[in-house]
Every structure is written in structure tokens, then in C-alpha cells.
Design a protein around this ligand. Structure first.
Ligand SMILES: CC(C)(COP(=O)(O)OP(=O)(O)OC[C@H]1O[C@@H](n2cnc3c(N)ncnc32)[C@H](O)[C@@H]1OP(=O)(O)O)[C@@H](O)C(=O)NCCC(=O)NCCS
Length: 166
């Protein structure tokens, strides 16, 4: 199976809207209302806003050219030295556990560090989310543990100079 990422399109909303209704996808999500947007129209509006945001790098995940989910870095903060938060959502559950999560994360890190010249990336992971946890460690994110603000998840970070070892 060939895994690629390509810039998110507003038209992806049409497919993600159907797939995102599966609650299993959001079991470990830390955002407040993972099931919204609640209609195709609001999903489309949400994608339009996200695609236009310059504090966000959004890609669609393609498996053998089929759209199966999204990988993105948001909250990119120039004041915080170009750090941003990584999110990986394989919306089509039949693609879980096949190495897609690892490969799309590897590809977005490559883009973020080599092309976008970001300084660092972090992600929050619930310890029960074994696949996300293993992938973070395999990609050499450092586990900073929990924080009083987020006691249920560990913060994982990677800096550009840890990724690009020239
Ligand atoms: C989390 C997610 C991105 C992981 O992607 P994935 O493609 O399913 O994971 P991978 O196939 O790359 O698996 C990574 C590792 O975890 C293992 N693994 C996968 N699912 C597992 C499971 N349910 N139980 C135990 N191990 C599992 C794999 O065998 C692999 O191990 P290895 O590195 O030793 O070979 C994907 O499952 C997903 O989108 N889930 C819903 C949204 C979500 O939780 N996002 C992350 C929020 S932090």
C-alpha cells in the first residue's frame, strides 16, 4: 500500500463528513466536541476556514490514492519559535493498524522541518492509545509526561535539530 499526503481540499469535507461519525475515532481525542461539525454544510465551512488559516498545515492522507483521513499541525505559533500541535486522524477505521499512522506522521514531519522550517512539534497522547504512543516513540518524540492542565495525556515533543541529523 502506498501512503501519500497532499494539501487538504475543501471538497474532502464530503468524504470526511461520512467517515467522522464513527465514535471510535474520537475515543482518545482531547478536543471538546469531536463529533461536530454536525452537517455537511458546517463540515465544509470548517474545512474552508482551516484551509485558509496560516497557523495550520493540513494534509489529506491517501492510501493507494484513496482519501482516508487527515494529518495536520495547528496552533503554529511564531512567538513560541514556530512550534505547532500534531493531529493524526485516520477516519476510515479499516486502515488502522497497517502502518499508515506511522508513515503519514513521518511525511508531515519531513514537510514541517525541511520545507516549512518549523522549530518543533508536540502532540498529546492518551497512554491507552497504543498505536499513537508507539509511533511517537518510533519517530523519536520525547515523552515529557503529564501536566496539571492535562493529567490524562502525555505531551510528546520533537525539535527540528532532533529530526534533521545532518
Ligand atoms: C492513532 C492512529 C493515527 C495510529 O495509526 P495506525 O496506522 O492505526 O497505527 P500503526 O499501524 O502505524 O501502528 C503503530 C504501532 O502500534 C501497533 N498497534 C496498532 N494498533 C494497535 C492496537 N490496537 N493495540 C496494540 N498495538 C497496536 C502496531 O502494530 C504498530 O506497532 P509496531 O511499531 O511495533 O509495528 C490511528 O489509529 C487513528 O487515526 N486513530 C483514531 C484517531 C486518534 O486516536 N488519533 C491520535 C490522537 S493522539
Amino acid at each position: 500500500m502506498e501512503i501519500k499526503i497532499r494539501p487538504q481540499r475543501i471538497s474532502d469535507a464530503e468524504y470526511s463528513w461520512e467517515m467522522r461519525k464513527d465514535k471510535d475515532i474520537w475515543k482518545y481525542a482531547i478536543c471538546e466536541s469531536p463529533y461536530s461539525p454536525l452537517s455537511l454544510e458546517s463540515e465544509t465551512n470548517f474545512y474552508r476556514e482551516q484551509v485558509e488559516l496560516n497557523r495550520c498545515i493540513r494534509f489529506a492522507i491517501l492510501a493507494d490514492d484513496t482519501y482516508i483521513g487527515n494529518v495536520f499541525i495547528d496552533r503554529i505559533d511564531e512567538l513560541a519559535c514556530g512550534f505547532g500541535e500534531l493531529h493524526t486522524h485516520i477516519l476510515n477505521k479499516s486502515y488502522w493498524g497497517k502502518g499508515v499512522g506511522y508513515e503519514c506522521n513521518r511525511l508531515i514531519l519531513e514537510y514541517a522541518f525541511r520545507i516549512a522550517k518549523m522549530k518543533g512539534i508536540y502532540q498529546y497522547i492518551n497512554p491507552s492509545n497504543i498505536a499513537a504512543w508507539k509511533n511517537a516513540l518510533k519517530l523519536e518524540f520525547k515523552d515529557l509526561g503529564t501536566s496539571p492542565i492535562r493529567p490524562n495525556v502525555h505531551t510528546f515533543t520533537i525539535k527540528r535539530d532532533q529530526w534533521i541529523k545532518e
